[in-house]
Design a protein around this ligand. Structure first.
Ligand code: HEM
Length: 389
């Protein structure tokens, strides 16, 4: 669905080529390295706010806010104040909540609310685009700069309307999926304290975690983050068991037969990512949360091309995959090094899958951060942090 919505904005082949070029530049190794400290900062700010809240937080709602900030500040390079960010987020929420309303244009109808939210959002985005500092000439400053530059290179000037719409589509693609995966990650770390402890061990072994804190002198480098093997396995396993997007659509280019059923040319076909993960024979004990299945020794995902596809497959697979996995890795590192957190309800909530996978009550968790409670927690040992989750 994300795919179809996203590319309605870029219907012509020229514009689609532009978009593919944009993503190749926006997510190059060099570009990701330059985003890393910005993403880390956005995550650290959120964790500080979560831990200074005396009440448990709704993890899914807060992860949506966090992914939204990441998309707006890092991906689009908007410089917006906290107040503007709050306003943008609540308008975006109204837009998304009413996205699938019946098209009945009556006062107080979901449709009317959605249209109003879209118009307000577009006005705010137009202002943010106009206020945006000019790019410094680097080809990876952020997605919006690159989008505008690439359009020019291809002899096309994007209209303000096209820019606003593509901006909203980008935020949409990044926000719901990343929020879903962040929530599932936090839930799995709560359910499996031994996994969190192994993550901390890996950070300690690599000299990144000392006395319960991320070593300030060891600035995180992309190469280091990517080389953390156990962290990689944890993120992969979260995305296997709680794949945010259920599936995607394709059009049959020619008539073919699948399991004795003929699919005519031109038909729309949906492939299910969730069913693939649930039924694939390569995954042993398919319902268990077992990050080691992705270890070098076991490498269950390496047994075929299309058994593991949280980001889809083929030419239309997710274009934000590197950014999403970098974000999730950094979130896990920050959670393992600067946070103590506990489930605030008696039981873990049930998961629902629409529009993306998320816990039915949003997941209520109490965070106690090192920063918000420095005096209290600094006195505690790493051992205690490990034991409490
Ligand atoms: C954990 C987070 C994410 C997951 C699980 C995810 C998953 C997906 C999936 C399953 C698709 C459809 C692929 C297909 O049709 O086979 C997709 C498409 C897409 N995603 Fe993501 N995504 C995530 C994050 C992001 C982010 C952060 C961005 C933006 C930077 C993004 C941008 C896109 C775009 C532009 C497409 C359309 C690709 C095309 O049609 O060629 N995604 N994503």
């Amino acid at each position: 669905m994300v795919v179809q919505r996203f590319f309605q904005v870029f219907p012509s082949p020229v514009l689609r080529t532009i978009v593919l070029n944009v993503f190749a530049k926006v997510f190059s190794h060099e570009a990701l390295q330059s985003y890393l400290p910005k993403i880390q900062q956005v995550i650290q700010e959120s964790l500080r706010v979560w831990s200074s809240n005396p009440e448990p937080i709704n993890v899914y709602r807060e992860s949506q806010r966090l992914s939204f900030s990441m998309a707006v500040r890092v991906l689009l390079g908007f410089r917006v104040s906290e107040e503007e960010m709050k306003h943008l987020f609540s308008t975006f929420q109204d837009f998304v909540d009413n996205l699938f309303s019946l098209p009945i244009d009556l006062p107080f109808s979901g449709y009317r609310k959605g249209i109003r939210a879209r118009d307000t959002l577009q006005k705010s985005i137009e202002k943010a685009i106009l206020d945006k500092p000019l790019s410094q000439g680097k080809d990876y400053s952020d997605a919006l700069d690159v989008l505008m530059e690439s359009a020019k290179e291809n002899g096309t000037e994007l209209t303000m309307q096209e820019l606003k719409e593509s901006t909203i589509e980008l935020i949409f693609a990044a926000f719901a999926t990343t929020a879903s995966a962040s929530t599932s990650l936090i839930m799995q770390l709560l359910r499996h304290p031994q996994v969190l402890e192994r993550l901390r061990d890996e950070l300690r072994t690599r000299g990144l975690l000392h006395n319960g804190r991320l070593c300030p002198e060891s600035e995180l480098r992309l190469d280091t983050v990517v080389s953390l093997r156990y962290l990689d396995c944890v993120i992969k396993e979260v995305l296997r068991l709680f794949t945010p997007v259920s599936g995607a659509y394709r059009t049959a280019m020619q008539t073919f037969e699948l399991d004795g059923v003929q699919i005519p040319k031109g038909w729309s076909v949906m492939y299910s990512i969730r069913d693939t993960h649930d039924t694939s024979s390569v995954f042993k004990d398919v319902d268990a949360f077992d990050p080691d299945r992705f270890s070098q020794e076991r490498g269950e995902d390496k047994e075929g091309r299309f058994h593991y596809l949280p980001f889809g497959g083929g030419v239309r697979s997710c274009l934000g995959k590197q950014l999403a996995t970098l974000f999730l890795r950094l979130l896990a590192i920050e959670l393992a090094s600067t946070s103590r957190f506990e489930l605030a309800t008696r039981n873990f909530p049930r998961m629902i899958t629409v529009p993306v996978v998320h816990p039915v009550d949003g997941l209520k968790v109490k965070f106690y951060g090192l920063d918000s409670n420095q005096n209290e927690i600094m006195a505690k040992t790493e051992e205690l942090l490990g034991a409490t989750v």
